[in-house]
Design a protein around this ligand. Structure first.
Ligand code: HEM
Length: 481
């Protein structure tokens, strides 16, 4: 299923089907967050739901299981920041307790309890979470950027002579895995085979189980090696962490990090490239020296987040949200793509966000993504390296021909064909110094002034200085257990 690009600045409600349209609606006329009607244009469905229901809308998931889609920015923050009212633990789910969820419902692996146990709450979650956080924090940011620059240049060398490339497959899909295998401590494992395995797993294709077995084998080998010969990497640091993690816990956490990071970062990288190449607001502002690549990454996280709906939370007791009664055990889905463009906090979607980091794309509260700095570093450093080597990079097709693929949870570009003047590879003469430079170079385009950022958004995390479906894969994990 392919979709047209969504333009948050010009939502085209004329294309939305009428309320109750069978393409979107299930029993009782409730909107389905699955199937062709939804997947053709999830963001337009969100806007229709917001217009009909406000900040919290009733929806159906696969199997016509009911849930609440939270569309309001403030309401999403309220849910993720109060785990005592809204738990991440599916054992609260009344549909599950009442045996209403079929054992083969494909949602169960995604939103049920997972082997990594990161969907738990309280102390159980905190112990694992602190270990992951402590270990990710040990990475030197400059070192991560150096890896990114190095691999970006290697990948560019493979296509720089051709004058054309398909940046999704040849760049965005390869780079995060190359960097992550370094960080995890398995540089030798990075190969097209590992990238393919992760892709098959995310697609939940018929190769998903074999692909997952392959990934798990690599991780088991990694753990065994690092126990023998520890080094400076995530696997070794998890082994020595004072939380005293078991081998199973470490393997599960490494798998979670790899899958959560790879898919989302690939998507962020591709979407930011698309925006840098096509969006006049960015090209003009970047040239004007007011918008940096990190700013562009942040704008994409606001307008085009890799995960559009985060699964899931459950009400621990009868409560209310945005004036709507929510029963104990009801499921809530976090509609972060909708929350990020909630008119209550972004009345003018044309106004650039200038590096404002208070979007919801990394979630918030105790489960907020711990890899966000690494994701940002990969995306902006990689694009910086690409523009340094190929400054005349441009789309090879009209922008309107770019296509997206959506699932209940995610929305991704399908391909990103580009062209540029052919250049020889640089090989060993790679500009190593580029890895040490802060990625702040503006794009070569005309100068125009940009409006001030909106004042309406309350930061979810402190702003930074102005300069500067892996969900579906979880199915494969279960399939391969
Ligand atoms: C653009 C890239 C990324 C995006 C958009 C993203 C987004 C997310 C989201 C939405 C969650 C779920 C939070 C919730 O349930 O409320 C999450 C969790 C997580 N992410 Fe990321 N992520 C990205 C990159 C990464 C990277 C690079 C890493 C590690 C190096 C990582 C590691 C994790 C882990 C371990 C969790 C589970 C956290 C927990 O439940 O406590 N992610 N991420």
């Amino acid at each position: 299923m392919t979709t047209q690009p969504f333009d948050p600045v010009r939502p085209d409600t004329a294309l939305s089907p009428p309320p109750g349209c069978p393409a979107h609606a299930g029993p009782g006329g409730v909107t389905r967050l699955f199937g062709p009607g939804y997947e053709a244009d999830p963001l337009r469905v969100f806007e229709r739901l917001r217009a009909e229901h406000g900040a919290v809308a009733p929806v159906l998931l696969t199997g016509d299981l009911p849930g609440w889609l939270v569309l309001g920015y403030r309401e999403i923050l309220e849910v993720v920041r109060t785990p005592t009212r809204f738990s991440h633990d599916s054992r609260h789910w009344h549909q599950l307790k009442e045996g209403k969820v079929a054992a083969d419902n494909p949602l169960l692996p995604v939103i049920g309890a997972r082997p990594d146990r990161m969907t738990a709450d309280g102390d159980e979650h905190r112990r694992l979470r602190d270990a992951v956080n402590d270990c990710l924090d040990r990475f030197d940011r400059r070192g991560v950027r150096r890896h990114v620059t190095h691999f970006a240049n290697q990948l560019i060398d493979e296509f720089s002579r051709d004058g054309r490339a398909e940046l999704l497959d040849q760049f965005a899909r390869q780079l995060p895995m190359a960097v992550l295998t370094q960080l995890l401590g398995m540089p030798e494992a990075y190969s097209p085979r590992l990238v393919d395995a992760a892709t098959e797993l995310v697609k939940a294709s018929d190769k998903a189980i074999a692909s997952n077995d392959f990934i798990k084998e690599q991780l088991a080998g990694l753990l065994a090696r690092k126990k023998e010969r520890p080094s400076s990497d995530l696997a070794s640091w998890l082994i020595e962490h004072p939380a005293g993690l078991s081998d199973d816990e470490i393997r599960n956490l490494l798998w979670l990090v790899l899958m959560a990071a790879n898919e989302n970062t690939t998507s962020l990288l591709a979407s930011t490239l698309r925006m840098v190449l096509t969006d006049q607001r960015f090209r003009a502002s970047l040239a004007g020296g007011q918008m940096t690549l990190p700013d562009a990454v942040e704008q994409v996280l606001w307008d085009d987040p890799p995960t559009i709906v985060i699964p899931a939370r459950w009400a621990t007791a009868d409560t209310e949200l945005a004036g709507r009664p929510i029963r104990a055990g009801d499921m809530l889905l976090l509609g972060v793509a909708a929350g990020n463009i909630d008119p209550a906090v972004r009345p003018d979607l044309n106004a650039p966000m200038h590096g404002n980091r208070s979007h919801l794309s990394f979630s918030g509260g105790p489960h907020e993504c711990p890899g966000r700095e690494i994701a940002r570093a990969i995306a902006d450093t990689a694009i910086d390296a690409l523009l340094l080597r190929l400054p005349d990079l441009r789309l090879a097709v009209p922008e309107g021909e770019l296509r997206w693929r959506a699932t209940t949870w995610t929305r991704h570009l399908v391909a990103l064909p580009v062209e540029f003047a052919p250049r020889p590879p640089v090989g060993d003469a790679l500009p190593e110094r580029a890895g040490l430079l802060p990625p702040r170079r503006p794009l070569p385009e005309p100068r125009i002034s940009t409006p001030k950022p909106p004042a309406a958004v309350e930061p979810a995390e402190p702003p930074v200085e102005p300069r500067h479906t892996w969900w579906d894969a979880v199915k494969g994990w279960f399939g391969g257990q």
